[in-house]
Design a protein around this ligand. Structure first.
Ligand SMILES: Nc1ncnc2c1ncn2[C@@H]1O[C@H](COP(=O)(O)OP(=O)(O)OP(=O)(O)O)[C@@H](O)[C@H]1O
Ligand SMILES: [Mg+2]
Length: 334
């Protein structure tokens, strides 16, 4: 668990003082991803780098697993915290294997253990260990370098990870792919992760919770659902965007929705004539809504994983979930 208690940072810049982080109180539970979200200059990187003491704290305290980081040896602290910086930061003069082995070598692991760990990590991030072993970073695509950056940060199996816009430089398609892979890895490794982003969609996709900052102050901390359904002030409302109701739909699947609908519970509707507009129970509600809106009858068949029909889902069923009138739903999608 990571805990920020009244944490502040004041930079001395010439004879001016810049309050980059202003009295932050925040809890991040063990094994969860907390996304730090906010516009450029709001203090995300500063807050992150105070956790591994790359930046000294001006006021307050930070605790990792109950320990005040200022009482810990900074070198040991950093070994227990994986750090991925924005521009990947692979060492250009080192091969991929050498890059990933930096921390294990620092920790004095023997060669066999380090080699084994290299292969393990490469498998984990979906790259062939032998194919890339002797290559240099510049011989890899941006997405591949990004994965090496993540693998390197995971090398010594640290319980905590700090990730500063690790996927920021990637184009949207690759980015979504890497985000999904990252979530898949996280399901197995269950690290406590502070993840900086300025992209609301990335925050919704990756965060167990989202902390939104403005000018060094914490505006709101909550689950993506809480943030989207109940933004606490004007700033958060603007930041998440006017389509927050639609974004919220991406958090849920068709299964979540039909669990709340009486005719699905009773199995009514299955006898009706089957048509071509179909969604699977695992489809997210945002996608399902698009299919419904393209259907001439404004409804879709829901099928289970084996493509067996379960029932008919209509536009009006979305009203239950969103509280938004079907006509209005139609207009905000278009
Ligand atoms: N070394 C420094 N000296 C003085 N001011 C600094 C220093 N580093 C950062 N700042 C200021 O502190 C504030 C927060 O900076 P920080 O880098 O934490 O923002 P950020 O949220 O990470 O922004 P970005 O999204 O652009 O990376 C900014 O106003 C910045 O100008
Ligand atoms: Mg930053």
């Amino acid at each position: 668990m990571i805990e920020f208690k009244n944490v502040s940072k004041v930079y001395e810049s010439g004879n001016k003082q810049v309050k980059a982080v202003d009295n932050i109180n925040l809890h991040v539970e063990k094994g969860q991803i907390c996304v730090f979200l906010g516009p450029s200059g709001c203090g995300k990187t500063t807050l992150l780098r105070m956790v591994n003491r790359l930046i000294p704290i001006s006021g307050g305290s930070i605790h990792v697993d109950g320990k005040d980081i200022n009482t810990m040896n900074p070198i040991e602290l950093r070994r227990s915290i994986g750090y991925v910086i924005q521009q990947v930061g692979l060492f250009p003069n080192m091969t991929i294997e050498e890059n990933i082995s930096v921390v294990p070598n620092m920790l004095g692991w023997d060669r066999v253990k380090t080699k084994k760990r290299y292969s393990e990590l490469m498998e984990m991030v979906g790259l062939n260990p032998d194919e890339y072993r002797k290559r240099y970073p510049w011989e890899l695509s941006g997405g591949q370098q990004q994965r090496i950056g993540v693998a390197r940060a995971l090398a010594a199996d640290p319980p905590v990870m700090l990730m500063d816009e690790p996927f920021g430089a990637l184009d949207p398609m690759i980015r979504e792919h890497i985000q999904n892979e990252f979530l898949r890895i996280q399901q197995n490794v269950k690290k406590t992760i502070l993840f900086v982003s300025h992209d609301i969609d990335e925050a919704i996709r990756l965060g167990d919770t989202i902390a939104i900052f403005k000018s060094g102050q914490l505006m709101q901390h909550g689950t993506p659902d809480e943030i989207l359904s109940n933004p606490q002030n004007e700033f958060v409302r603007d930041f998440v965007g006017s389509d927050r109701a639609l974004k919220r739909l991406t958090l849920f699947s068709v299964r979540d929705l039909i669990g709340r609908i009486e005719h699905f519970k009773k199995g009514i509707g299955v006898r009706k004539e089957f048509h071509n507009f179909i969604v699977q129970v695992n489809t997210d509600l945002r996608t399902a809504l698009s299919v419904i809106l393209s259907s001439p009858t404004s409804d879709v068949w829901v099928v289970d994983e084996k493509e067996r029909p379960i029932g008919l889902l209509s536009l009006s069923d979305f009203e239950i979930f969103t509280g938004i009138h079907p006509a209005e739903l139609k207009s905000i999608v278009n």
